[in-house]
Ligand binder design. Sequence first.
Ligand SMILES: [Zn+2]
Length: 101
Amino acid sequence: MNFPPMAWIILALGVLWLVLRLWSRKAEEKRQEERDARMAELLAERERLLGHDDSPHSLGAVVSDSTPPAKPKAPSENVCAGCRMVNPPDAKTCAGCGLEL
Ligand SMILES: [Zn+2]
């Protein structure tokens, strides 16, 4: 093992560069995660305020604020509170468990 000093310097610089790159990428990932979490929180808060339960919790909805907010769907079906079965809108009792709707 008889490398010229320049080779050691280049090697050291290369390792340093790799470490710095990994470190900055990790920091960037952490920042991104925190940003995503905050975005999801804001979105959940906004949906809670607007009463939107059926809009997708995707980041795309946050980023593109220009898209009109999804209107809550009119309840056209009776979802049973007991067994979550979807019944026809005019049904009086659940077809699955017989619970009163
Ligand atoms: Zn039911």
